[in-house]
Design a protein around this ligand. Structure first.
Ligand code: HEM
Length: 92
């Protein structure tokens, strides 16, 4: 949505950061939905995602293979899935 996101077609973590690097909450980002049908597992999922990604990021440096860039296009199924891509995980 061009009216909300500064660079909607690029992977841009700055969308969620203030100028000084603090986290910026965006009302338009609702991965767990909202209201009566909000995801009941949101808190569990957030804790699991935190533990999963911090464990991986503490142990590996992730990069795209030289000269390759993962596509931001998706495959539509029950959810939108990233198209297959290659990733290098280098032990830290
Ligand atoms: C990254 C992980 C997850 C995401 C992104 C996610 C996302 C969502 C979303 C968007 C909905 C609303 C669907 C709708 O509009 O009807 C939903 C519903 C639901 N989610 Fe999750 N979910 C996640 C993990 C989990 C986990 C771990 C559990 C349980 C352990 C869970 C349990 C539920 C349940 C029971 C509902 C139905 C709520 C209702 O309709 O009353 N979810 N989830």
């Amino acid at each position: 949505d061009e009216s909300i996101w500064e660079t909607p077609y690029t992977f841009n973590p700055q969308h969620f950061l203030e100028k000084d690097g603090r986290f910026r909450k965006r009302e338009a980002f609702l991965p767990f939905s909202a209201g009566k049908r909000v995801c009941l597992g949101e808190h569990l999922a957030r804790m699991e995602l935190f533990l999963f990604f911090t464990s991986l990021l503490q142990r590996f440096t992730f990069t795209a293979p030289a000269g390759e860039q993962p596509s931001l296009e998706f495959k539509l199924g029950t959810t939108r899935c990233p198209k297959p891509y290659r990733l290098c995980a280098v032990p830290r």
